[in-house]
Design a protein around this ligand. Structure first.
Ligand SMILES: [Fe+2]
Ligand SMILES: [Fe+2]
Length: 236
């Protein structure tokens, strides 16, 4: 651990590290390029104690793959099967809960709820488009990269000049998603149920909280592991 270690570096070591950073509100995914020490200091935390906490968390069992060394095609398959499928199922479900909440409680907390509806609506539309771009354009090439690496062959050429080009676009879109998540957290007061919360409001807030956690791990796997490894493979 050196002073140049970033939150992303720490997160990339294991999913237990990811969970510990998440617990302390340390943004390893979109703010991942920040120095670990500085990010801890900004939260009033001692970097050494956070590191100790990460080390104390039980190491992953066989069920947790070490994505740092897994072939790229396996990482891609895992991201799609776990995180993309999750969002494809969850975004429409959250959307209908949001519509219901706006219809029933909209008048109680008009400004906050209508803004929440808008932020969620654009995040949903952007993520649906984003995942489509990943699955139809970028990921098929990264899977080929993975197979080439496993076979010890040079990576095939890509139609977009360098794989860094679409990756740059995806990373910018991740930043947009990260900002939307922050605003959702803020608007809901950290997902705390309002006084009028009925079961739909509770299900909406719980669902938004779960989506935040999942999307953080999802973006982390892409930004901190998949994309840097693909760029390194292309450089040879
Ligand atoms: Fe993705
Ligand atoms: Fe992505």
């Amino acid at each position: 651990m050196t002073t140049t270690t970033t939150l992303a570096d720490v997160a990339a070591t294991s999913l237990s590290a990811v969970r510990t950073l998440e617990r302390h509100g340390l943004d390893y995914c979109c703010g991942g390029k920040q120095s670990f020490d500085e990010a801890c200091a900004a939260k009033g935390l001692k970097p050494e104690s956070v590191m100790q906490e990460i080390e104390r968390t039980p190491r992953p069992g066989a069920s947790e793959r070490d994505w740092q060394t897994a072939p790229l095609d396996e990482i891609v398959k895992h991201i799609v099967a776990t995180h993309h499928e999750y969002l494809k199922a969850e975004l429409p479900a959250l959307g209908s809960r949001m519509d219901k909440v706006l219809a029933v409680h909209g008048a109680k907390d008009q400004q906050t709820l209508s803004r929440l509806g808008d932020v969620f609506g654009s995040l949903r539309a952007e993520m649906e488009m984003h995942m489509h771009k990943e699955e139809s354009m970028l990921f098929p090439f990264l899977e080929q990269y993975g197979r080439a690496e496993t076979l010890g062959r040079p990576v095939p050429p890509v139609p977009f000049g360098s794989v860094a080009n679409p990756i740059g676009t995806m990373e910018r879109e991740h930043e947009g998603a990260g900002e939307a998540l922050l605003e959702i957290r803020d608007l809901t007061g950290g997902f705390a149920y309002p006084s009028y919360a009925c079961s739909t409001v509770r299900a909406l807030f719980d669902g938004l909280k779960a989506m935040e956690a999942d999307l953080h791990v999802h973006i982390h796997l892409e930004n901190n592991i998949l994309f840097p490894r693909a760029i390194a493979l292309e450089r040879g």
